[in-house]
Design a protein around this ligand. Structure first.
Ligand code: ZN
Length: 137
């Protein structure tokens, strides 16, 4: 794989409203986008830190995987995933599979910010949930 940069860090939070001011302070920038991603049952908020973004993820219902992640973390949020930016997400997923990494998404799908995204299984990525992203063309 040849990623161009870390696209974003995904951080699970219990409340966007409560955490946005802190991440605005930390990133030195205003939250520039809040978006609900219905099929992932999350509301997201984005901040820029240079070329990399911070993506806050708030669950919209108890069945959300983010809600389950927070529950496992003793009710607190935390770093949920790392996202690598690549030129071609479909190709990168194929390369990862050929390398022996189990895929959560065999094909890229549409994520927040219209990125094409796919997840690799944390079992094969040192326990770090890893996302592959391709910028919208
Ligand atoms: Zn993400």
């Amino acid at each position: 794989m040849k990623p161009t940069h870390i696209e974003h860090l995904g951080i699970a939070v219990t409340s966007l409203e409560e955490t946005i001011p802190f991440f605005e302070f930390l990133s030195g920038s205003k939250c520039y986008s809040i978006e609900e991603v219905a099929d992932q049952k999350v509301k997201t908020a984005f901040f820029k830190v240079g070329q990399t973004k911070i993506e806050l993820l708030e669950p919209t219902c108890p069945e959300s995987t983010i809600a389950k992640f927070i529950e496992k973390n003793g009710g607190r949020g935390g770093i949920h995933h790392v996202a690598f930016n690549v030129e071609n997400a479909a190709e990168a997923l194929k390369e990862a599979e050929a390398f022996g990494i189990k895929l959560i998404d065999a094909q890229p799908r549409k994520g927040a910010e219209n990125l094409m995204i796919g997840f690799l299984h944390p079992k094969n990525t040192c326990g770090v949930l890893t996302e592959i992203c391709e910028q919208p063309k």
